[in-house]
Design a binder for this molecule. Structure first.
Ligand code: GLU
Length: 504
C-alpha cells in the first residue's frame, strides 16, 4: 500500500489549439484524482499565449469535455480562485516582470538577431551536421547597450541564458534522475518579439504563483524539462514534483494518431475526441475507466473502476511510463460493463436522446419497461435504436421474404403464423410462462422447431431478425399491437404464397 500524499495543488493546463482528445482527458483525470484523493485542489489554467495557434471554439469544447467526464475544477478562468487570473493571456504583464527579473539576475538576455540571420545559422549548422542551436551572438552584448537598443525600439526577443558548462540533474517521478550536459541545452526564447511569454517561462511562473505542488503533464515536455528546471532554479524557487505521463499510440501500437487516421476512425464508430464519444453512445464512466488504465494499474486483475474507486485507489507509484496503445475493443468492453452497472432509470434517461435523435416518439413508461431487456445487450447507447427502435415505430419495415421460416416454404410459414394468431388471441399477455409454453407446444403440434416458429414470429412482431427476447418484447408491445403486426405479416405472406403458385 503506497502512502497517501498530503493535500496537493495540481493543474491541468491545456492550450486551446484544437479538439480535446483522450490524451488530454487522461492528463486531466490523473490530476483530478490526485486532488480529490488528498483533499487538495485541481486547477484549470488556459495556456493561450500562442495567438497564432489559438482556436476560439477549443476552450468551450475543452470545458464541456472535462465536465462531461465529471472532472470539475476548483479554480479556473470561469470559476475564479485566489491565484487568478487563470488564463495566461490575462497574465502578460506578470510574465514580463519575471523575464525582467531574470535579465537583472543575468540569467536571461535580449536578442536582436533577425529571423533571416537565424535561418542562415540554422542552414549552416544543418549542412555541417551540427546541432541546430542559437550561437549566442547577443549573449555577449553589454547589458546597457542591449537596453539602449530596446529603448530605441529595435525588435527583440528574450532568451534564457543557459549555463554552458557542467550538467544539470532533474528528477522525474517515474523515471528517476536525468542528467544532461548544459552545452546541449539551447538558449531558448522565453519572450517572443510580440512581448508574449512562451510556455517555458509562463508555465514555470504560474506553477510557482499558483502554489502547484505536482506537475502531471505529457512526456512531450521531457526534452525541455532541464530548461524548466534551470528557470525554476534561476529564481531560487521550490520545485514541484514532475510526473511525465506516458504517450498514447495508435491502436496498432506504431506511432501517434494522425489527423487523417482520426477521421477514418470515426467511420468505424470510434474517435479519439472526447466530445465525439458522447455522441457515439459512450458513457463518461466508461471513458474514465478506460483512460485511467492507459498508463496506470491497480493490480493485475481489477479492471472495473468507478470514479469513486479511482479516487480511492489511484497512486502515482503505479503509473507506467511506457507508451500505451489505444485499444477500442477494450473501450467497448468497458462501456458494456458500465451500462450494466447503471440503474434502469438512469440507463433509460441516457438512451432516450438517441431514440429521439432518429425521430422516434418515445413513451417514457414503455422505455422503462424496455430498458431491462436490452441492458445486457448494449455496447453503446445508440445500439438501442437498432435494437429497440421498433417499439416506438407505428409501421414495421422489413423484407417480406424474411417471414419465411428456416427450411420452410412460404405456405408452411403462412399456416404456422395463422395458427399463432389464433393461439395468441386467447393468451394472457401478463403471464410470460404461459405465452412461452403455449407457443412451444404449438411448434411441436405443427411439427416445426420452436426456433423456426419464433423466427417467423420475431420478424412479424419486431420487423427484425435479431431483437430483445421475443416473449418479453411481445408483452411490452401488448396484445393489440402484436395482433395487428401478425395480421399485417399474414397478408404479406399471402402475397408471397400467391407469387409461388405456378401460372396456369
Ligand atoms: N499548455 C501545455 C500543453 O497543452 C501544458 C503542458 C503542461 O501541463 O504543463 O501541452
Amino acid at each position: 500500500m503506497t502512502q497517501k500524499l498530503p493535500p496537493v495543488r495540481v493543474r491541468f493546463a491545456p492550450s486551446p489549439t484544437g479538439r480535446t482528445h483522450l490524451g488530454s482527458g487522461r492528463t486531466a483525470l490523473y490530476n483530478y484524482l490526485l486532488a480529490r484523493q488528498t483533499g487538495g485542489q485541481f486547477l484549470l489554467r488556459i495556456e493561450d499565449t500562442d495567438q497564432k495557434r489559438y482556436v476560439p471554439e477549443a476552450e468551450q469544447e475543452l470545458m464541456e469535455s472535462l465536465r462531461w467526464l465529471g472532472l470539475e475544477w476548483d479554480e479556473g478562468p470561469d470559476v475564479g480562485g485566489p491565484y487568478g487570473p487563470y488564463r495566461q493571456s490575462d497574465r502578460k504583464e506578470i510574465y514580463m516582470q519575471y523575464a525582467q527579473r531574470l535579465i537583472e539576475k543575468d540569467k536571461a538576455y535580449y536578442c536582436f538577431c533577425s529571423p533571416e540571420r537565424l535561418a542562415r545559422l540554422r542552414e549552416q549548422q544543418m549542412q555541417s551536421k551540427q546541432p541546430t542551436m542559437y550561437d549566442g551572438l547577443c549573449r555577449k552584448l553589454l547589458p546597457e547597450d542591449a537596453l539602449r537598443r530596446v529603448k530605441q525600439g529595435e525588435p527583440h526577443v528574450i532568451r534564457f541564458k543557459t549555463p554552458k558548462e557542467g550538467t544539470i540533474t532533474v528528477r522525474d517521478y517515474l523515471r528517476g534522475e536525468i542528467t544532461v550536459e548544459n552545452r546541449t541545452i539551447d538558449d531558448y526564447i522565453i519572450v517572443k518579439s510580440d512581448g508574449w511569454a512562451l510556455y517555458h517561462l509562463a508555465a514555470m511562473v504560474d506553477d510557482q504563483l499558483m502554489h502547484i505542488t505536482h506537475v502531471l503533464r505529457s512526456s512531450e515536455w521531457l526534452s525541455t524539462f532541464p530548461l524548466h528546471a534551470h528557470i525554476i532554479r534561476a529564481f531560487g524557487w521550490r520545485e514541484p514534483v514532475f510526473v511525465h505521463l506516458s504517450v498514447f499510440l495508435k491502436p496498432s501500437g506504431k506511432g501517434k494518431m494522425s489527423k487523417r487516421e482520426s477521421a477514418a476512425l470515426l467511420q468505424d464508430g470510434y474517435s479519439i475526441f472526447i466530445k465525439d464519444l458522447e455522441k457515439l453512445g459512450y458513457l463518461p464512466e466508461a471513458v474514465v475507466n478506460w483512460i485511467a488504465l492507459m498508463g496506470w494499474s491497480y493490480d493485475d486483475k481489477s479492471e472495473f473502476f468507478t470514479m469513486q474507486d479511482l479516487i480511492e485507489k489511484f497512486s502515482l507509484d503505479h503509473l507506467n511510463p511506457s507508451p500505451a496503445a489505444i485499444n477500442f475493443t477494450k473501450f467497448d468492453h468497458f462501456n458494456g460493463l458500465h451500462i450494466r452497472h447503471l440503474t434502469i432509470e438512469d440507463l433509460a434517461t441516457r438512451i432516450k436522446p438517441f431514440l429521439i435523435n432518429v425521430g422516434l416518439k418515445v413513451d417514457d413508461q414503455k422505455l422503462i419497461q424496455i430498458t431491462p431487456i436490452i441492458q445486457e445487450r448494449l455496447v453503446t447507447l445508440d445500439d438501442a435504436v437498432e435494437m429497440a427502435g421498433f417499439f416506438f415505430r407505428d409501421q414495421l419495415e422489413y423484407d417480406a421474404s424474411l417471414l419465411i421460416g428456416k427450411n420452410m416454404s412460404a405456405d408452411e410459414s403462412l399456416k404456422a403464423l395463422a395458427e399463432c394468431q389464433q393461439l395468441i388471441a386467447n393468451l394472457d399477455f401478463r403471464k410470460k410462462e404461459d405465452l412461452e409454453m403455449s407457443l412451444r407446444a404449438l411448434a411441436e403440434q405443427l411439427g416445426v422447431k420452436a426456433g423456426q416458429l419464433f423466427g417467423i414470429l420475431r420478424i412479424a412482431v419486431t420487423g427484425q431478425s435479431v431483437s430483445p427476447p421475443l416473449i418479453e418484447s411481445m408483452m411490452i408491445l401488448g396484445k393489440v399491437r402484436v395482433m395487428e403486426s401478425i395480421e399485417t405479416a399474414i397478408q404479406r405472406l399471402r402475397l408471397l404464397v400467391k407469387d409461388d403458385q405456378p401460372n396456369l
